[in-house]
Design a protein around this ligand. Sequence first.
Ligand code: SF4
Length: 386
Amino acid sequence: MTRPDPTLGIYVHVPFCRSKCPYCDFYSLRADDGTKAAYVSAVCGELETLKRVGGFVPPDLQGRQVESVYFGGGTPSALAAEQLSEMLHAVRRHYRLSPDAEVTAEVNPGLRDADAFFSVLAAAGFNRASVGMQSAVDAERRRLGRTAGFADVKRTVRAAKRSGIENLSVDLMLGVPGQTQASLSESADAALSLDITHLSAYILKLEPGTVFARRADTLGLPDEDAVCDMYLALCDRLERAGMRHYEISNFCFGDRVGRHNLRYWDGGDYLGIGPAAHSFAGGRRFYFPRSLDAFLQGAPPIDDGAGGDAEERLMLRLRLDEGLDLPAYYAEFGVRPTKGFEARCRELRAAGLLQPQETVLSLTPKGMLLSNTVITDLLIALFPEK
Ligand code: SF4
């Protein structure tokens, strides 16, 4: 955002998991109860003083209105509900939490007492949960390293609803070993039967250093064309069910967009607390080192340079169905469209990768599938000198 953002979103990373899933490269590890308790204290301390935050961070963060808080991981539900609540109370104590803020926790199925867990969260002010579903087919879930079955997913979602948390998201994975169009369709139907408000759909990527990347040839992964067909069929299925495909990987009913994540794509300010958590505020990017020990010992965040320029805005806004309003974009950043850019836009529209409107740049579902290539093409055409 070139204009200063008077609001803020807060992300708290919970870097704990019971075991490591074979495809995952998020920063997470196993920890004992003492380490978890020390971590909760460190996060609360950080929220109170921002003492480790360097001089590149705007000094007014604690005076901003906080419109979203997101506890992600790792596995936030690897902590006790009381510990998550304690961190949310610290946000409330030290920031101006908006009365209608969206407060989300990622939750994995298989909780010992899901009703008790969610009632504590709801009483503390959590109003949204994102449940790790991945697939409704238990054999696929097992291949992803998930021990809980789809029946546990259902139990988790129902318990959240009973507690009054009814803004519920689940995530699905595409390109899972052994997955077919039919099994994905079964998962999509099962997800819709849960009466969710939101669904995220991610294509499995083989991240370097993971077990899946090492064993790629033996996994029985669907080929690239099959995964593309799955993505397009899923978009179609969810849109027919009435969901809005508002971002490349995200769908919602009505206005239930994920407000916290929307902030990332919309150029809003956010503060990330915890190892490997990234922030963007006052035009600067910074992040905490990817080390639990370093975080517990008080290592400060690392400056990651300026952010929010014209190229970044184009990249992020094109992820959204609303796309990029070109006249407003040119005026805000003083960008002049090149002939090459206009010609490229025409070609991409003709190829069915961009929507037909000329003043708004936005991707079709096929364009979303090829978003990296389309966005790179547009950037090269608009900023040929860079
Ligand atoms: S539960 Fe999530 S964060 Fe933890 S290892 Fe599995 S995929 Fe990674």
